[in-house]
Write a protein that binds this ligand. Structure first.
Ligand code: DGL
Length: 274
């Protein structure tokens, strides 16, 4: 099989990366997609960057073994932990990673104050510090970790009183500081975007970097001459290290019904994609 015909490998700690996958699918309908959700280890956010780096290397290796032509790290935490070392370790593999969209938020702000919500691990990373240093340019960037939010989302609590109360607890202090842009720095958070928008109101622009990531994937494929052929099937196959039925049900709720979801087991530090 030619490289162009091979799938794009995508991974996340769970269902969050499906928000990125949906956007890639829309932008590149001919591309075959191979998704891995590491539901056995979700959430990544409270773990050490070292541990998340270990998972990311093992998952990347498994996706490459299954023929992935590009790896999309559809997880801010895994990108913060592993993007640079992965690029160093696999110099011939194109990687596309997530980073909090501080730049567009800074370009948008009129109040001079923007908010970023992400996991604890993402905020602890060097990648995040570098982005703020490069792009903040005199704008105040407020960081708000949301411990427990990924768990709520994985439990399907997209719009429940508890999730709303948690979000209000994190977002109202940011609103009191007059943010007018809010960056979704975790790929799970777009799933609760309607709730977030209801809390922050119409004067705060909510920024999800997924469309920019899809454009970057498109650029990389074009640059390397490995775009899917015009008759490409565009199929999506998912693996989860958790419960495939639960994962399928979540996909249906996210408007992605129909894709097969298979079981992957971790064995001796590697996920086996059957
Ligand atoms: N979707 C991951 C991210 O973008 C979630 C991290 C987690 O599992 O805590 O950071």
């Amino acid at each position: 099989m030619s490289t162009a015909q091979r799938p794009i490998g995508i991974f996340d700690s769970g269902i969050g990366g499906l928000t990125v996958t949906a956007t890639i699918r829309q932008a590149l309908p001919k591309e075959r997609l191979l998704y891995f959700g590491d539901s056995a280890h979700v959430p990544y956010g409270p773990r050490t960057l070292e541990e998340v780096r270990g998972f990311s290397f093992a998952i990347t290796e498994a996706l490459l073994m299954r023929g992935a032509k590009v790896i999309v790290i559809a997880c801010n935490t895994a990108s913060a932990a592993a993007l640079r070392p992965l690029r160093e370790h696999y110099p011939d593999v194109p990687f596309v990673g997530m980073e909090p969209a501080v730049k567009p938020a800074v370009e948008h702000t009129r109040t001079g104050v923007v908010g970023v919500i992400a996991t604890v691990a993402t905020f602890q990373s060097e990648l995040y510090a570098t982005i703020v240093e490069r792009f903040a340019q005199g704008v105040e960037v407020l960081h708000q970790p949301c411990p427990g939010l990924v768990k709520q989302i994985e439990a399907g609590e997209f719009d429940t009183p508890k999730t709303e109360a948690m979000l209000r607890g994190w977002l109202e202090p940011l609103l009191a500081r007059h943010i007018d842009a809010l960056v979704l720095g975790c790929t799970h958070y777009p799933i609760v975007r309607p709730l977030i928008e209801r809390i922050v109101g119409p004067d705060v622009r909510v920024i999800d970097p997924a469309p920019a990531i899809a454009r970057q994937v498109q650029r990389v494929l074009h640059r390397d001459g490995i775009e899917a052929p015009a008759n490409g099937s565009g199929d999506l196959v998912c693996y989860t290290s958790g419960d495939p039925d639960g994962f399928s049900a979540m996909m249906e709720r996210l408007g992605m019904a129909g894709a097969p979801v298979k079981q992957a087991h971790w064995r001796e530090g590697s996920p086996l994609l059957g």
